[in-house]
Design a protein around this ligand. Structure first.
Ligand code: C2E
Ligand code: MG
Ligand code: MG
Ligand code: MG
Length: 345
């Protein structure tokens, strides 16, 4: 504040900044108690197979039901929690809550094989006790490790010691790289670390918006992208929540003009997605597309070989009981090993 004296122009700016800082400190300071008071909750967003629309997993996403500020999204407090170190306590609550919930779903709907994905920050991944902590949570909750996916960003795995992640992978836990393509272009970590899933970042998916070039490719040669068994999964979200129509913020245009210069049939974004998918498959990884908002995006992703989709087109993040309802309404194929000749229709 003293800094701004005699420099009237900056008083407001500094005051705003101070107020913002104070609000951040207050929020950060309130987190440990909020954890004790159980003000944090998890919502779960469906992940669906793009080939047949089947529900294959859910991603746990944290929310803070703040007594004065209302429901806060993770962007409002996760970075803060990371700065102050509270993320370790919050993160272990998230992991235990998500594993407990997934273990319940596994018991109630064993043939669903529903996996749960949990986001991890840099400092969580760098915690030396991570493998032991995860192990304890698995044994307390009874979750089969093959149903747990840990989502790490590229920055979290960049200079990571590979041993802890290997220990987790050896237990059957899967590792996903979140927001793939937004971080580093150095992919050396893919050779060094056990990675199972690439989560293709939203902007690439966004670039597919309306990207289907009209009659650019010969109909006979092109994949049947026109009408896949429409991943019309879980009509989980309320019909009103059709995001495709309600996202005026996104650029309406087809990706870039360079696209048409380099190929008559693929935009640049499509070629990037196609190349990432091919790379992933060659090295044995699967690809999940994030933030799928429109049917044409899902159709293109499927045609480009992408395995799994997540986004408002399929479902918004849901309360646990809504996922339970979804599972109740879904018929799953008989689990492998159940050879009794009966068809589960
Ligand atoms: P993320 O892991 O990339 O999660 C996906 C985010 O995209 C979620 O936002 C989700 O609600 C949003 N999303 C889903 N479908 C669509 C769509 O079709 N269009 C668009 N535009 N967005 C969509 P959310 O829940 O606000 O989470 C934001 C980020 O916060 C997450 O990004 C993740 O990095 C972090 N986060 C969330 N929960 C946790 C947690 O429990 N622990 C940690 N460490 N981080 C978390
Ligand atoms: Mg994630
Ligand atoms: Mg992501
Ligand atoms: Mg993210």
């Amino acid at each position: 504040v003293a800094k701004s004296e005699g420099r009237g122009r900056y008083v407001t700016y500094d005051a705003d900044r101070d107020a913002r800082q104070a609000a951040r400190y207050a929020l950060a300071a309130a987190m440990p108690d909020a954890l004790d008071r159980r003000e944090f909750t998890l919502v779960y967003q469906p992940l669906v197979s793009l080939a047949d629309g089947r529900l294959t997993g859910v991603e746990a996403l944290v929310r803070w039901k703040h007594p004065e500020l209302g429901e806060l999204g993770p962007d409002a407090f996760i970075p803060l929690a990371e700065e102050t170190g509270v993320i370790l306590a919050l993160g272990s609550w998230v992991l235990e809550e998500a594993c407990g919930q997934a273990a319940y779903w596994a018991r109630a709907f064993p043939s669903a094989h529903l996996s749960v994905s949990v986001n991890m920050t840099v400092s969580q991944v760098h915690e030396p006790t991570l493998p032991a902590d995860v192990e304890k949570i698995l044994s307390r909750t009874g979750l089969d490790p093959s149903l747990l996916v840990l989502e790490l960003t590229e920055s979290a795995v960049m200079d990571n010691d590979s041993a802890p992640l290997r220990a987790l992978a050896e237990r059957g836990i899967r590792i996903a790289i979140d927001d793939f393509g937004t971080g580093y272009s150095n992919l050396a970590y893919l050779r060094r670390l056990p990675v199972h899933i690439l989560k293709l970042a939203g902007p690439f998916v966004d670039g597919l918006r309306g990207a289907q070039p009209p009659a650019a490719s010969p109909p006979a040669a092109s994949p049947p992208a026109a009408s896949p068994p429409a991943a019309s999964p879980p009509a989980a979200s309320p019909p009103a929540a059709s995001p495709a129509a309600s996202s005026p913020a996104s650029p309406p245009a087809v990706s870039s003009s360079a696209a048409d210069r380099s190929s008559p049939t693929r935009t640049v974004d499509e070629q990037i997605v196609e190349t990432i998918v091919r790379l992933a498959h060659v090295i044995g990884l699967s690809v999940t597309a994030e933030a799928v908002e429109t049917r044409p995006q899902a159709d293109r992703l499927r045609a480009l070989g992408c395995d799994t989709g997540q986004g408002w087109l399929f479902a918004r993040p849901q309360r646990p009981n809504e996922i339970t309802e979804l599972l109740r309404r879904t018929t799953f194929p008989a689990s492998p090993g159940t050879v009794d000749g009966s068809q589960d229709l």
